[in-house]
Design a binder for this molecule. Structure first.
Ligand code: PMP
Length: 398
């Protein structure tokens, strides 16, 4: 039955990791990773998470099913974290939130539901470039994929004119996927003024904004990194969607903690949307998992642990900023002042502007692994490898 089945193409990032692990050179550095690692190169276990986990272990509870849309406390806390404690949208009952299997699960459930709602007309515009799984998920849900201009390689910033021009010509009802902050892979984000202009076009053209927020708190803090969500609310945009992930902000990758929120025009519309979200989850995986949701809601519901989380998140963010600044300084000292843009980029990732040939040299001559696109993970830098990486990047840039 399966003799004709061909293998699916391998994941280029995982392939790179395998190559890295097999590399015997002791000074090797993996800048290709997609997760936050600490100064020691390890995935951290946050203290606030450990605390909730200890409490849970002290009074073990049976594990029945969660409701289809997940743990109510988790969804309530998520709504507040995204939309703000005193959000008029929350007060008006216009937001419905469902716990999902990671941010990826939120994207998939939303994609299936929006495809049902919009039918064969379903179209989505995705930034060029974007996280590869965006294309995979929406294509496999049956969407027509469009791209809007976003990154300008010349300035290493936003191609704002191109972005606005591309949004202007989209058909009303087109879904527009926007990274809320810490754009993956470029690290290039819209500033507040640019967000205002983009939101105005989205509203005017009756497009459906879809915010993917996978790095809330990794650039400026939880509230400021939710700017896009807050602006859409303030601008009176009737409908929008938010997919968020706690994988990075709680360092809970394998617990698959995410959520999907839909904003309805009024309470009644939102309630109807929730029934449709639940039907879509039912058809996908029936209901989400308990443990990660208990950890996240346990932290967010306690004033004390919430404060500790903000502190620990601030530490991760601070380390990323420090590594960016140090890399720029060290590169400038080595005759490569052109990399000043690293400090203007946000989050874990940076488009370095390194060409494929330079990335190849880094790997072959220095055992430094980056993606062929030039994307590097800033969190992979630490005091022990920074000088070596700066030496190598300066050398291949000459
Ligand atoms: N969106 C973006 C932009 C991401 O980078 C990621 C994770 N790499 C996700 C969504 C999905 O996160 P999760 O691991 O929670 O599925």
């Amino acid at each position: 039955l399966f003799t004709h089945v061909e293998a699916a193409p391998g994941d280029p990032i995982l392939g790179l990791t395998e190559q890295f692990l097999a590399d015997p050179r002791p000074n090797k550095v993996n800048l290709g990773v997609g997760i936050y690692v600490d100064e020691q190169g390890k995935v951290p276990l946050l203290e606030c998470v450990r605390e909730v986990e200890t409490r849970l272990a002290r009074s073990p509870a049976p594990r029945s099913y969660l409701p289809i849309d997940g743990l109510p406390a988790y969804n309530r806390a998520t709504g507040k974290l995204l939309f703000g404690d005193d959000s008029p949208l929350l007060a008006a009952g216009r937001v419905v939130t469902a716990q999902t299997i990671g941010g990826s699960g939120a994207l998939r459930v939303a994609a299936d539901l929006l495809r049902q709602i919009f039918g064969a007309q379903a179209r989505i515009a995705i930034s060029n470039p974007s996280w590869g799984n965006h294309h995979v998920i929406f294509r496999s849900a049956g969407f027509e994929l469009l791209e809007y201009r976003y990154y300008d390689p010349a300035s290493k910033g936003i191609d704002e004119a191109g972005l606005l021009a591309d949004l202007e010509v989209l058909q009303p009802g087109t879904v527009v996927l926007l990274h809320g902050c810490c754009h993956n892979p470029t690290g290039v984000d819209l500033d507040a003024n640019q967000w205002h202009r983009v939101v105005a076009v989205l509203k005017e053209r009756r497009l459906l904004p879809f915010i993917d927020l996978a790095y809330q708190g990794f650039d400026r803090g939880t509230a400021r990194d939710a700017l896009a969500v807050r602006l859409l609310g303030e601008a009176g945009v009737e409908n929008f969607v938010v997919a968020n992930s706690y994988s990075k902000s709680f360092s809970l990758y394998g617990e698959r903690v995410g959520a999907l929120s839909f904003v309805g025009a009024d309470r009644d519309e939102a309630a109807r949307l929730l029934t449709r979200i639940k039907a879509t989850i039912r058809a996908n995986y029936s209901s989400p998992a308990t443990h990660g949701a208990l950890l996240v809601s346990g932290v967010l519901e306690s004033d004390d642990l919430r404060a500790r989380w903000e502190e620990e998140l601030g530490h991760m963010r601070g380390r990323i900023h420090a590594m960016r600044a140090a890399l720029v300084e060290k590169l400038a000292a080595r005759g490569a002042p052109q990399y000043g843009f690293f400090v203007r980029q946000a989050g874990m990732f940076s488009y370095s502007g390194l060409t494929k040939a330079q990335v190849d040299r880094l790997r072959e001559e220095y055992a430094i692994y980056a993606l062929t696109s030039g994307r590097i993970c800033i969190a992979a830098l630490n005091e022990a490898n920074l000088d070596y990486v700066a030496d190598a990047i300066a050398a291949v840039s000459r």
